[in-house]
Design a protein around this ligand. Structure first.
Ligand SMILES: C[S@@+](CC[C@H](N)C(=O)[O-])C[C@H]1O[C@@H](n2cnc3c(N)ncnc32)[C@H](O)[C@@H]1O
Length: 430
């Protein structure tokens, strides 16, 4: 139930969630750092999915924008702010965690299952996450193994890994001051810029887009005053903060067209991870594999024709900041980093990757999430092809888990299985 006390603009809004909703929030608390709520908070969007609590939360997360409250700091109560309220950098001890980000195919919810198998089946001191995506698998591996390699060919993922795991020094207080200043920018004083020109009133409100573009340019202008680590922490924080207000289902293939976006951008810092010994690459996996030796190789490529570089093009544009011409309704740049794993030759590339692997164990994640009737979502490599390739390299076990897939408010339980292959590489094959 939503109670609203109408005391002009500064009124306090209490969101009295039902017990069931609170329970659901506590389950996802680790994923949400804050919720941005709308001045016109309406339960209509929530009640569209009366029987599915996860979908409700998703609807909240996706569509309610405008005011900010921190779910951890405020319990389930929110305070509304005037538009000119001075927002400090409210990082406290709860900056963005590595997994606090929407990313298709991320394995965060499967981490315990994956590592329970890896720990019982594999031995060694080094681990490579060669298609690292969010980096959550590599991050977990860094708690278990002495040396970890993390790789992904996207610029934005590289920036995020450097921000979280880069081993250079940084000054947290200095970064908090910078972010505090960013959060007090008055958008009407800001000129329009590359980011607002293309993305304003589309993926973001015009105001937020102006601020985001201004901040990105400011980080670049200040590069000489920042350590490498500080530079990447700011870039990674910008990505994570944007993710919380983007007018999308979580990727940038399209934006919601009907709703007027009245958000208020607020930047928050990421929480860098200290105790890691991670070597970071931004390479094509099939090239990198020829250069490295590792005890355990973890492989989680894309399996359908949906290109990550196209889904997350906005972050690539933001991080590269070379201001390319953008095309089409979705405002994408000229294609770059188009993965062969999303094309018909995928199985040959997978074969090549496994053959060239200098590893003692190969662990492969495979799922039939997108095993649908539409061609673009059908898997490019079959389960049997994976198995055949791996068996040629060594003794292979297959583990499977029923897994609930969650996608843009639609849940699909049908036949969705997550598989984990573990191959003990034969002598002479590594
Ligand atoms: C399924 S996602 C990995 C998800 C990851 N395991 C996680 O938990 O977040 C696949 C990743 O592979 C990357 N990728 C695709 N083709 C690649 C290639 N040829 N070389 C390196 N990375 C690639 C994509 O950018 C994407 O982040």
């Amino acid at each position: 139930m939503v109670k609203k006390t109408n005391k002009s603009k500064k009124s306090i809004i209490d969101y009295n969630f039902t017990r069931q909703e609170k329970q659901a929030f506590s389950n996802i608390e680790n994923e949400l750092s804050y919720i941005v709520a709308n001045r016109k908070l309406s339960r209509k969007t929530i009640e569209k999915y009366p029987n599915d609590i996860d979908a409700k939360i998703y609807a909240l997360y996706e569509t309610i924008q405008g005011f900010l409250f921190d779910i951890k700091q405020c319990g389930f109560k929110a305070q509304s702010y005037d538009s000119d309220y001075k927002l400090p950098c409210r990082n406290g001890n709860n900056g963005f965690q590595l997994h606090s980000r929407r990313y298709i195919g991320n394995k965060y919810k499967l981490i315990d299952w994956i590592f329970s198998i890896i720990k019982s089946e594999c031995e060694g001191r080094s681990f490579t996450d060669i298609f690292a995506g969010t980096g959550v698998v590599g991050a977990q591996a860094s708690k278990e193994f002495g040396n970890v390699i993390m790789n992904d060919f996207l610029y934005s993922n590289y920036a995020i890994y450097q921000g979280f795991f880069g081993d250079r020094a940084f000054n947290k207080g200095k970064l908090e001051d910078i972010v505090g200043q960013y959060n007090n920018l008055v958008q009407k004083d800001l000129p329009s810029n590359y980011f607002s020109k293309y993305f304003g009133n589309k993926y973001f409100s015009l105001q937020s887009a102006k601020i985001i573009g201004y901040i990105r340019q400011d980080i670049e202008n200040n590069k000489d005053n920042l350590s490498e680590k500080e530079y990447y922490i700011l870039l990674a924080s910008l990505i994570y903060s944007i993710d919380k207000i983007a007018n999308t289902v979580g990727h940038f293939d399209a934006y919601f067209k009907k709703e007027s976006v009245s958000d208020k951008f607020l930047m928050k810092l990421i929480e860098p991870i200290k105790e890691s010994s991670i070597t970071i690459f931004r390479e094509d996996a099939n090239k990198l594999i020829k250069l490295i030796k590792t005890d355990i190789l973890y492989i989680d490529p894309p399996y359908n024709s949906r290109q990550y570089s196209r889904f997350y093009h906005l972050y690539e544009t933001l991080i590269k900041w070379d201001m390319p011409k953008l095309y089409g309704v979705a405002l994408k740049p000229f294609p770059e980093n188009m993965s062969v794993y999303c094309k018909t030759g995928a199985k040959f590339k997978f074969d090549e990757l496994v053959k060239n692997a200098n590893a003692n164990y190969i662990v492969v994640s495979y799922n039939n999430t997108y095993d649908s009737k539409s061609g673009s979502s059908r898997n490019k490599i079959s389960l049997q092809e994976i198995e055949r390739t791996l068996k040629a390299k060594g003794g292979t076990k297959v583990f499977e888990k029923e897994y609930r897939h969650f996608n843009a408010g639609n849940t699909d339980f049908k036949n969705h299985k997550e598989f984990l292959f573990v191959t003990k590489v034969k002598n002479g094959q590594n």
